[in-house]
Design a protein around this ligand. Structure first.
Ligand code: NIG
Ligand code: FE
Length: 426
């Protein structure tokens, strides 16, 4: 081809996201552990080309612009472009908020005292059981809108306020129905072992058997959840009960996730590691020995800084020790009516910096690529690389550092899900 004589035909693409001060590609090893967690694979002055819902190219804006003829252009206006946030721990199916309990905690009551008095999860169970499906569904839809507003494109969503067959199945069915025509992608988790239902208080073993022998098989049969979670802690499920539920779930092909070491150290994270759980979440009180076990098992530590703050607990998850031990670390909102009433991953990222002392880059990697890894969705989401699904968020800030530095601001300029612009500021 003679130099300068024939111009190469431009490749068509559906969407070109351009004029970004930084594109945070997150290219590199998955999961991100140790020092690699701090590497965002930043493309300065970058652009992203998208076709048929997939990323086809990412690179310097000038070379991308020379290669692609887009049907539509999204001007990042000097902001930053990064993978849509992946929120790996949420409880969005509930009927009523619990702001009074928050106030009680500020007045000196502990979460466990409130639970022991019939509040906490018990109160959410009573209200969910009494609620109409239409009302629950409307609430879930509202929460999904908020997640997208905040730049989250995928959530892990748990049941766990039904605690009987009908209401647990109803919760998971609602998640499936709302997700079916919503841009937010949902990974569902069965959390029938969220609390021991009051009606089983004196026959706890029967509820554990019911979960393993009836509930999990029915959830599986209906294809309603990919993972099973247990709240294994003081005032919730004991270690032996958790082991029974999680072993049954593993044998039935569920991925495992564990609420571990949030309120007390009872061996839950060691159990998660032993059973090869995909994630151990909370970890406020995780011991050095358990950190070693999680590292060896490759279990992701999902840290929930908004919950730490809202609960007012003194024990801060030892994030730096987890990273030093090469445990994959993710962060999530824990959105729920009791201990974390926020859908905001930007807030969670900032709190991970301020409270857990992650760098901003580490927090962003924990909120994208590692969160996707914890759900085993990392081959499709969590990075901006050719072949990956085009899930992006554009933030109206000139540097990713603002995500840690600036607390509580809404910076979302646009959100793209599978190549479709689902949020765009005027
Ligand atoms: O992750 N710890 C257990 N589950 C939730 C709280 C649920 C609730 O209080 O409603 C959590 O913090
Ligand atoms: Fe939780």
């Amino acid at each position: 081809m003679g130099a300068g004589t024939i111009r190469r035909a431009m490749d068509p693409c559906d969407l070109l996201v351009t004029n970004a001060a930084e594109v945070l590609t997150l290219r590199g090893p998955v999961p991100r552990v140790g020092a690699a967690l701090d590497d965002l694979g930043i493309e300065p002055d970058g652009a992203v080309a998208i076709r048929a819902g997939r990323i086809v190219a990412v690179g310097p804006a000038r070379s991308i612009a020379a290669r692609f003829a887009p049907r539509r252009t999204l001007d990042a206006a000097g902001g930053i472009v990064l993978p849509g946030f992946v929120d790996a721990h949420t409880h969005p199916v509930f009927a009523a908020t619990r702001e009074r309990e928050f106030d009680l905690r500020l007045r000196g009551k502990t979460y466990q005292e409130i639970t022991a008095a019939g509040g906490g999860i018990f109160s959410s169970v009573r209200s969910l059981r009494a609620a109409s499906t239409a009302d629950l569904e409307a609430g879930v839809r509202r929460h999904f809108e908020r997640f997208l507003d905040d730049g989250t494109t995928t959530i892990e969503a748990k049941s766990g306020y039904g605690l009987n067959l009908d209401d647990e199945l109803r919760s998971l069915e609602i998640l499936r129905r709302v997700a079916a025509d919503h841009a937010l992608e949902v990974f569902s988790t069965f959390l029938g072992a969220h609390q021991m239902p009051e009606e089983f208080k004196t026959r706890r073993g029967d509820y554990v058997a019911f979960l393993g022998e009836q509930a999990l098989p029915e959830v599986k049969r209906r294809g309603l959840a990919r993972a099973c979670d247990v709240f294994c802690d003081d005032g919730a499920f004991t270690l032996d009960e958790a082991r029974a539920v999680l072993t049954a779930a593993r044998d039935q092909g569920f991925q495992l996730r564990v609420h571990a070491d949030e309120l007390a150290q009872i061996g839950a994270s060691e159990l998660a590691a032993e059973l090869g759980a995909a994630s151990a979440d909370h970890l406020c009180k995780v011991t050095p020995e358990a950190i070693g076990a999680l590292a060896r098992a490759g279990t992701t530590a999902v840290l929930l800084p908004a919950t730490v703050l809202s609960l007012g607990v003194k024990a801060i998850p030892p994030a730096r020790a987890l990273i030093a031990a090469r445990v994959p670390v993710a962060i999530a909102t824990d959105f729920n009516p009791g201990t974390s009433y926020t859908t905001s991953m930007p807030l969670s990222i900032a709190l991970a910096c301020c409270l857990l002392r992650l760098t901003v880059a580490e927090s962003i990697a924990a909120a994208t690529v590692n969160a996707a890894y914890s759900l085993r969705l990392h081959d499709r989401i969590g990075r901006i690389e050719p072949g990956m699904q085009a899930d992006l968020v554009v933030l109206a800030r000139s540097s990713h550092l603002f995500l840690g530095y600036e607390l509580g601001a809404s910076r979302v300029h646009a959100v793209v899900k599978e190549g479709r612009v689902v949020r765009a500021s005027a």
